[in-house]
Each structure stands twice: as C-alpha cells, then as structure tokens.
Design a protein around this ligand. Structure first.
Ligand SMILES: [Zn+2]
Length: 381
C-alpha cells in the first residue's frame, strides 16, 4: 500500500506556515453561492503564481487545474468547494486563539480547499506526472440553492472521461459514500382575498396552504431496509393583515432520501397532493422546483469500496480517530448519480458548520494535509 515518503512529509512540514497564513487570507474572502468571484480570482492567481501550466475558469465559476488530462479518458478529480452559506459580500470576521480559528465557513469548506491547494502545489512544483489524468478543482455552488452547479458543469464538460471523484468537505471523522437525494419546492397560493368581514366567504390563500401542509404531513415515508427518507415544510409566509382574507401565501417544502426508489415514491406522493389541492379550487397554485439533488446511481461497488477503504484507512492512520461512514448530500451526488464512484472526506476537526460561530481546531490542520496528500499522491504511483 502507498505511503507518504520522507520527502513529502518534510515538504508538508515546511509548508505549515504558508498554509496557515494563506488559510487566514482565504477565509476572509466572501463567497456566497453563485457569487464566488473573489475567491475564484484568488485561487486562480495563486495557481498561476506557483507555476501551474494550465488554469481554467469555466462558466460555472469552477477553477480547474488539469494535470496530464490531454486525451485522457481516465481522470480522477480532487475537489473542494469555494462557496459559503453566508450571504456576506464584505470580508468575513476572523479571529483565533491558541486552540481555534473562528470564522464563518472556516471548516466548510475553506480549510479543505486550502489544504488541497498545498498538496497540489507539491505536485506542480515537483512536476509529477500521474499514469491517469488528475484534476484539481475549486468548485462553485455546493451549498443550498447553489444546487451543485459547479460539479454539474464539470460532469457535463468532461462527460465520460471522469473515473473517480474525491470531494474534500468537512471533518475527517466522517466519510460519505452514499448520497442523500432531495427535491425542494416553493409552492405559491393565490386567491382574490378581500375584507375579512365584508368579503367573508372568499377564498383564503393561507387556509388553502394549511390544507396542503396537513395533507403532506399525513405522508408515511417509504420503509426500506437501511434507507432513510424524510420531509419538511421549512418556511411559510403570506397574508396582509389580521382583517384581510389572505391573497397570497408561500411555503418551502423538501423531501430527502438516500434511496432513489424511495425518492421517486415521495415525488409521486407530492405530485398527487398538489393535483388534489389544485382540483379543490381553494386557491391558484404554482409549484417551482428550486432544488434537485439526485441519489446515487449504478456505481461499480469494487471501485467505490477501494476509494472508501483508502480514505478511511488514511484518515484513521493520521488522525488516530474513528472515521464514521454515512450518507449525506454533497458534491458527490452528481457523479454518483451518473455512476461515477465518489466519496466525500474531510481534512480537520471543526464545529458549528453553517453557523457564524464556526471554529476549526488548529492542530487538526497538519493532520488533514497528510490525509489529503496520501490520498492524492497514491494516484501518482
Ligand atoms: Zn461543504
């Protein structure tokens, strides 16, 4: 089995300071999904400065650094996302103490991207040539309503050429090898409304929406062994005042499953309920699909097992901590739905992802560097 040699370990050791100071810089650059331009510019310039022969920014705002990819139909992708859940467009608040770095997005996914950059730097500076094609990728739109736009673009532009995808995201105590697919909808109700007293009896958009919500919550999720299926109404809004029959109401609804048959059953159920609601005539109803993450497709089990074993064993070796395997909704959803084996692994210990209190344990950074390096460099053997 491949192991990091003295030279690499020494290199990573020497790069600790540089990696750390770049993390501090990168972490403060705002990058809401779809508006990652400032981070894209930073990452692109940085790769050009360290001597990457080719750096591409595509229409989805992915930064792509291909190594030996010309004419190759066997490309392994190593990626981490640039976008954050935070809408900030001004520098993000950054602070640290002896133990932690505090910054929104520091763990999800700034540190993973930053450590991947250091490993890519080793490859580029040493002009390493892998037997397959390798793509280093800083992708856009992983979070929320970004709807995985970045990785979708890559799988489209390199269709049929990508053989494996490693996405570095989150803590090294978790690995995702199974995709949670989801559909997210905005459902809008409109009626003529009117004065609550004078026009009493007119249709009420909120009452119509409540009916639908009650019916959606009568759903019994499909039961299938080892599968989990869920649903949620996350936001409701509407109405004008206490003495107005509501003319408009809106809700956000999603369902999720790690099994594609169960996801299809949920879709069927939702469509039927919408049809029933429309037929009732209680309101005009408009449904907008605002998120669509597919479940895994037919993936070669041996190929996926190889990747899972590699990532778990490397992670546990360097961290000394158990790496738990579970299902999740990540950039891996898209390649997996297309049958390309993919795993999502992390590079640190962090707490409070998706909150402004997010913090990253400093001493976990060099551990993550080694984890990423050993996974990546095993493909250069
Ligand atoms: Zn993430």
């Amino acid at each position: 089995m491949f192991e990091l040699n003295e030279k690499v370990i020494k290199y990573l050791d020497n790069m600790k300071e540089q990696t750390f100071s770049r993390l501090k810089e990168l972490a403060q650059i705002p990058a809401p999904s779809g508006n990652e331009d400032l981070r894209v510019e930073f990452v692109k310039k940085w790769f050009e400065n360290i001597g990457a022969k080719k750096v591409i920014v595509d229409q989805a705002k992915n930064v792509i650094v291909p190594i030996n990819c010309e004419d190759k139909n066997d490309i392994v992708v190593f990626m981490a996302h640039t976008d954050l859940v935070f809408p900030d467009t001004t520098p993000l608040p950054y602070s640290e103490d002896d133990e932690y770095i505090y910054c929104p997005g520091i763990g999800d996914d700034t540190d993973c991207l930053n450590s991947l950059m250091t490993v890519a730097q080793y490859v580029i500076e040493n002009d390493l040539t892998p037997p397959c094609g390798i793509m280093f990728l800083a992708n856009s739109c992983e979070e929320g309503l970004g709807n995985l736009k970045g990785i979708r673009q890559i799988m489209k532009d390199y269709a049929g050429r990508i053989s494996a995808v490693y996405t570095f995201d989150g803590s090294y105590t978790h690995l995702v090898n199974r995709c949670v697919g989801s559909h997210r909808y905005e459902v809008k109700f409109t009626t003529e409304g009117g004065h609550s007293f004078g026009a009493f009896g007119n249709r009420n958009a909120i009452a119509a929406m409540s009916d639908l919500i009650c019916n959606l919550y009568k759903c019994e999720v499909p039961k299938k062994e080892n599968c989990k299926t869920t649903y949620n109404v996350g936001i409701v809004e509407g109405g004008t005042s206490v003495n107005t029959i509501a003319q408009e109401a809106k809700m956000l609804y999603e369902y999720r499953s790690d099994d594609k048959d169960c996801l299809a059953i949920m879709q069927n159920f939702f469509n039927k309920e919408i049809e029933k609601a429309k037929e009732s005539g209680k309101a005009e109803i408009e449904v907008k699909l605002i998120g669509d993450r597919p479940c895994g497709g037919d993936v070669n089990k041996d190929a996926l097992d190889y990747m899972v074993n590699l990532a778990v064993s490397v992670s546990e070796k360097y961290s000394g901590q158990k790496c738990v395997i579970n299902s999740g909704s990540t950039d891996a959803n898209i390649p997996m739905s297309l049958g390309v084996p993919s795993v999502c692994v992390g590079s640190h210990i962090a707490y409070g992802a998706h909150t402004r209190e997010e913090k990253l344990k400093k001493e976990s950074i060099p551990i993550g560097l080694k984890i990423i390096a050993e996974i990546v460099l095993s493909y250069f053997n």
